[in-house]
Design a protein around this ligand. Structure first.
Ligand SMILES: C[S@@+](CC[C@H](N)C(=O)[O-])C[C@H]1O[C@@H](n2cnc3c(N)ncnc32)[C@H](O)[C@@H]1O
Length: 225
């Protein structure tokens, strides 16, 4: 996989990007707007690996600005839930999906992945786009996801970062955001530890959503309960 030669980020870029972990304030709102637009390609790529039925109940964890909740609302007649621990993300997702919320087809909830406010066996599909890097304890959080999935339910993880050696720009981002990047092997191991079966991981090169001059790693994981 190629390593980008571009230099490190300016302080201005870092001040914006720090909000990827938990958007707050003016810059947090700016980043949520940008993520809704710029994450479209990688999100659609991830979603294309799901078989979504009209009656599926879907939860999107770390929903950010709510663009994927909006997409799922168009793909299923059943209720779609978005969840994020950032108050600002919940505000933005709510605004974007207000019509569906008013029709009782959508709910946006402020909570952490570690304590999902749902009964066992509720969802057909649970998704996480660009968010698992920030989950506090991946194996336990994946167990929590598994708990709320129906038997045979599917978890989709979609990232645009895979661990690369000798990539200073990536190291800068990891340090800035205190994020964990997992390899395909780690996902497979951790998801099996969390009790999932049929874990499929796939990665390829793709354009970086924030800087199209750069190449990054796109990765999706599908795990069945
Ligand atoms: C990089 S953004 C991605 C947002 C959106 N999924 C997208 O692809 O555009 C990461 C999101 O995950 C949320 N997040 C991080 N850790 C979380 C946790 N422990 N529980 C719930 N949400 C979390 C953040 O607040 C943020 O909105």
């Amino acid at each position: 996989m190629s390593v980008n030669k571009k230099g490190l980020r300016s302080q201005k870029e870092k001040d914006l990007l720090i909000n990827a972990r938990k958007p707050i304030g003016e810059l947090g709102m700016q980043l949520l707007e940008r993520m809704n637009t710029n994450h479209k390609s990688v999100s659609l790529w991830g979603i294309s690996h799901l078989k979504i039925e009209k009656n599926d109940v879907i939860l999107d964890i770390g929903c950010g600005g709510g663009a994927n909740v909006e997409r799922f609302n168009k793909m299923t007649d059943n209720k779609v839930f978005g969840l994020d621990y950032s108050e600002l993300a919940v505000e933005k997702s709510t605004k974007l999906n207000q019509a569906a919320i008013d029709e009782g087809r959508c709910e946006i909830i402020q909570e952490s992945v570690s304590e999902l406010p749902f009964e066992d066996n509720v969802f057909d599909i649970v998704t996480g786009f660009e968010t698992v890097y920030f989950w506090p304890d991946f194996v336990n959080d994946a167990k929590e996801v598994r708990r709320v999935l129906k038997d045979d339910g599917i978890m989709l993880i979609c990232n645009e970062a895979v661990p690369k050696e000798n990539d200073e720009r990536q190291k800068e981002l990891i340090d800035l955001l205190q994020m964990e990047l997992y390899s395909e092997d780690q996902f497979e191991q951790y998801l099996r530890e969390a009790g999932f079966s049929d874990v499929i991981c796939f990665s390829k090169e793709g354009p970086d959503s924030l800087d199209k001059e750069l190449v990054t790693g796109w990765l999706y994981v599908i795990a069945r309960k």
